[in-house]
Write a protein that binds this ligand. Structure first.
Ligand SMILES: [Fe+2]
Length: 194
């Protein structure tokens, strides 16, 4: 995350909205020269101008600060397009049905990109009565462990927390087709089609 809005962001958003510097200036009550200064990194908007600036550019203040506009279409259409965000500092995990600007511990969280399960992060599923027993074959030390697992289908998510020095295994009813996601604190997010 940028610590403050940047001139580049202002220029890109202004041009994206087909506004001239003069037009944007007029909307927020500054001179076009001021806009030009911001865009060429010779100055930054006063904090009191962030809200009017964001409004004039048609985005939220948080998107303006982050330098990224979030547009989600049909957010409820399919849970399989959901995202996981992970905090590298405290280990918090946030699940979103679409993209979002999410921060934790003062850090803007990246979307965790899932890789297909590899040899060091294998997952096995065994049927036990009407449930499934899921095991992730991985060390569970304090330094290197699987921190959560989640089964995601098009209409639901089941999430389970794992703890270091415990086992990365759980019983769940895996109903329908979907992906089992699991997160290693060192190697990132993995998934397996179920
Ligand atoms: Fe790992």
């Amino acid at each position: 995350m940028n610590t403050y809005v940047t001139g580049n962001t202002i220029r890109q958003l202004r041009e994206g909205r087909k506004l001239t510097q003069a037009e944007l200036a007029e909307r927020i009550g500054v001179s076009s020269k001021t806009i030009s200064k911001w865009e060429t990194a010779k100055g930054l908007p006063d904090i009191s101008l962030l809200q009017p600036l964001a409004q004039a550019l048609g985005i939220s203040v948080i998107e303006l600060m982050n330098g990224e506009q979030i547009t989600n279409r049909n957010i409820s259409a399919n849970m399989l397009r959901c995202q996981f965000y992970g905090c590298p500092l405290c280990g918090n995990v946030i699940h979103g049905m679409g993209n979002a600007v999410i921060s934790c511990c003062g850090v803007t969280l990246p979307v965790l990109e899932a890789e297909e399960a590899d040899e060091a992060h294998m997952l096995s599923i065994e049927n036990v009565e009407d449930e499934q027993f899921i095991t992730i074959h991985h060390p569970m030390t304090k330094q290197h462990f699987i921190s959560f697992g989640a089964f995601v289908t098009s209409d639901r998510i089941q999430m389970v927390k794992f703890y270091p020095e415990g086992n990365a295994e759980t019983r769940m009813q895996l109903r329908g087709r979907g992906y089992f996601y699991y997160y290693c604190n060192r190697h990132g997010l993995f998934r397996k089609k179920v």
